[in-house]
Unconditional design. Sequence first.
Length: 67
Amino acid sequence: MGILNLVEEAAGAFAADKALEAIDPNAGILAKAAAAVAGFEGVEKVKDMMSGDNAETPAPDADSAQA
């Protein structure tokens, strides 16, 4: 884990906290913590999707499978 990964994850957590604050200014500490964790974890998912390294492949369409 490099310093760049830590900075990206911290930025994701901060952005998620600020987004929650914009939506609900009276959000409690548990909601803010949940948003921060979601932002922290979400950065990895977005990076995987952008780089194409995700292991999950989308299921083929039922219509295209018949063709």
